[in-house]
Design a protein around this ligand. Structure first.
Ligand SMILES: [Zn+2]
Ligand SMILES: [Zn+2]
Length: 437
């Protein structure tokens, strides 16, 4: 009987204990929201482009130092790494991105973006149109909350303010520079991204694919140029390319399983100069989107087969078949670890209620957070979506048959305060849940 009671106690305690501290978390999070909101307005007003996050990274480093983190600045560029040790326990990694986009803001906000000088000294329009200002301030607010509540958890916080997410360079560069050898190997890695299609107070979560993998391919089609009036003396690479573009459409529709998502888009095609000249070559650029390594391998093999055979059909000799070049830079898919997502969902349920946890669909855009889960350390990762449109605004838009402005829009105008508040609550809850003594 005693044993039974003990087992029951052990089973019940963790959630019970978490339920008790949830009020502490919410209280502290709402205190920190005001601070984070001011920080967010500053960051929004002073955006910086990818690889040029000079002032932003200095500010992030000073925020971390003020909280009590050991800080490494200029890590693999402008990234900032922080470590906060709080006894024996797991290491939880929390990432924010820092870069803004070359977008001319059109919101009319009192803290609308200022221009920045680019590397050549030209004043250019820049905007946090992907919500990275909210990510940074929510991240800061979360860390302030966690340190204020440090008696409630044990372990190490490892954090990064990462450069160049929009170029998919920052995560890979930090990893290549020894992120997981110079610093501890995290037990869990967490991140968030705002989502205007969800309401503030809600988060979007799913185990498995969240963002697609991205690969870029260049195809050069060779022909035999000549006068447009003598096609019989030429091999026309424009005709071959047209055939290739059409046949590429059959990869997803005819070669992959209908339940396996992928995208093959030819985004640019260039060939020729004048109406009466058949050119020597045509160049195409493709973007590919996928969720599994097997799928992308298949897609690339099909692109090569289709390109080569379209050229053969036209009589192109074997040594002049199209060159299919897969660019080495890659954004892998963001695949949320199932077990970690289940834990996150449990903690988030305690904080905001199950009705506010929305199971989102995978998106075909890319996010370089996935790279942190693809190293040999095999770190479980989880990225959550933060709803960023107020329920009132969502209702108004729906009534008018409209949708919220999407990410990267010059009119993106999130409900800053409530997005940040939910972000701090939920992420603090996750970290404390994972590190709770
Ligand atoms: Zn973006
Ligand atoms: Zn983004």
């Amino acid at each position: 009987m005693i044993r039974f009671i003990f087992i029951l106690f052990v089973l019940v305690l963790p959630t019970g204990a978490f339920a008790q501290i949830k009020n502490l978390i919410k209280e502290e999070a709402s205190k920190q929201t005001a601070y984070a909101l001011e920080l967010c307005k500053y960051l929004h007003e002073n955006p910086e482009l990818s690889f040029q996050e000079f002032e932003t990274s200095v500010r992030m480093a000073s925020e971390l130092k003020e909280i009590g983190f050991e800080v490494t600045e200029k890590f693999a560029g402008n990234s900032v790494v922080g470590i906060y040790k709080n006894g024996e326990g797991p290491t939880v990694f929390l990432r924010t991105d820092m870069d803004a986009l070359p977008v001319k803001e059109n919101t009319g906000l009192p803290f609308a973006s200022k221009k920045m000088a680019d590397l050549d000294g030209n004043q250019v329009s820049v905007m946090h149109a992907c919500g990275h200002d909210i990510h940074m301030s929510t991240w800061t607010g979360t860390l302030r909350t966690l340190v204020a509540l440090k008696d409630e958890w044990k372990g190490t916080l490892m954090v990064i303010a990462q450069q160049a997410e929009e170029y998919s360079g920052g995560a890979g560069q930090a990893i290549d520079a020894g992120l997981f050898s110079k610093f501890p190997v995290p037990d869990y890695a967490l991140a968030y991204h705002i989502n205007p299609e969800l309401e503030t107070g809600q988060i979007g979560l799913r185990g498995g694919p969240v963002f697609a993998g991205v690969k870029t391919v260049e195809i050069t089609v060779y022909g035999k140029g000549g006068h447009g009036a003598y096609p019989q003396k030429c091999i026309d690479p424009i005709v071959i390319s047209s055939r290739i573009v059409n046949d590429l459409q059959t990869i997803v529709s005819r070669e992959l399983s209908p339940t396996e998502p992928a995208v093959v888009t030819v985004g640019s095609i260039h060939g020729g100069t004048r109406p009466n000249i058949i050119p020597d070559e045509v160049k195409m650029e493709l973007t590919l989107r996928y969720f599994s390594d097997e799928t992308i391998a298949k897609v690339i093999a099909s692109i090569k087969r289709i390109s080569a055979n379209a050229a053969r059909v036209a009589g192109v000799p074997e040594d002049k078949l199209p060159l299919v070049y897969v660019l080495p830079s890659e954004t892998p898919p963001v695949l949320n670890d199932e077990a970690l997502s289940t834990k996150v969902s449990k903690f988030a349920t305690e904080i905001i209620g199950q009705e506010n946890i929305i199971e989102t669909q995978p998106e075909m855009v890319g996010e370089d957070f996935g790279k942190y889960g693809r190293t040999e350390e095999d770190i479980p990762i989880c990225l959550i979506w933060l709803g960023s449109t107020s329920p009132e605004e969502m209702q108004r838009l729906k009534a008018e048959g409209k949708a919220p402005y999407p990410l990267h829009s010059p009119q993106l105008n999130p409900d800053y305060e409530n997005t940040i508040k939910t972000g701090i609550e939920v992420m603090s809850g996750n970290v404390i849940g994972l590190m709770n003594k």
